[in-house]
Ligand binder design. Structure first.
Ligand SMILES: NC(=O)c1ccc[n+]([C@@H]2O[C@H](COP(=O)([O-])OP(=O)(O)OC[C@H]3O[C@@H](n4cnc5c(N)ncnc54)[C@H](OP(=O)(O)O)[C@@H]3O)[C@@H](O)[C@H]2O)c1
Length: 184
């Protein structure tokens, strides 16, 4: 099973500001390339993992769960979030506790490519459990100073990644892609 953390961040590695605003993403500028890449990426995915704060952000803005066609694992303490999402086309399951165990369950279900949709707290725990195989990140040309980090956890050991893509998106933003390097 291959787990991809596909997201966007500020120059200083924040995925949202302290008020959970994503306004900084506007600095990336209109890029059909970015949208097309994301749709192409989604087409390769057969399961999604999302954290409680990211899901609440989507629900508050009236987006619902936009990927309800994909089997989804929600990592949250609050069981009420599942009913807030309502009915979904694919199974929607809540788990809490060990994030490593969540990925074990997904692998046992035969899923092959998992999108870690966010946020930084879940990504941090996934990295602690060494379950992140790939990171694809659009870097917006601005800094936030504070807010959830790309990997928001206290005790991440040295996990090395190999850079496989680094390109300009046409404006001032960049796309970086790393694969986990488990040789060291
Ligand atoms: N830049 C982007 O493209 C992008 C992508 C994704 C997200 N975001 C933004 O990032 C922010 C959210 O990121 P985040 O790092 O703050 O939060 P997150 O990872 O989405 O969710 C963290 C929350 O999930 C629950 N949780 C985490 N680990 C758990 C565990 N092991 N067991 C049970 N529950 C667990 C806890 O909430 P409870 O205790 O309440 O259950 C925790 O506070 C939002 O503002 C979102 O919009 C941005």
């Amino acid at each position: 099973m291959h787990v991809v953390w596909y997201t966007a961040m500020s120059m200083d590695g924040r995925i949202a500001d302290t008020k959970q605003s994503l306004d900084f993403l506007e600095t990336i500028g209109p890029s059909d390339d970015t949208r097309g890449d994301f749709q192409a990426f989604l087409a390769t995915i057969d399961a999604v993992v999302v954290g409680a704060t990211t899901l609440r952000w989507l629900l508050r803005r009236g987006h619902g769960w936009p990927h309800d066609d994909l089997p989804t694992w929600l990592i949250a303490h609050d069981p009420g979030l599942v009913s807030d999402v309502g009915s979904t086309r694919a199974p929607f399951r809540r788990m809490e506790g060990s994030v490593g165990a969540v990925f074990q369950e997904i692998a046992a279900g035969g899923h092959e490519r998992v999108w870690l949709c966010g946020g930084g707290a879940v990504a941090g725990q996934a990295l602690e459990s060494d379950r992140i195989d790939e990171v694809v990140v659009t870097v917006a040309p601005t800094a936030l100073g504070a807010g959830p980090a790309l990997f928001d956890a206290d005790n991440i050991r040295d996990r090395r990644f190999r850079l496989v893509e680094c390109r300009s998106l046409g404006g001032d933003a960049a796309r970086l892609r790393w694969l986990r390097d488990r040789r060291t």
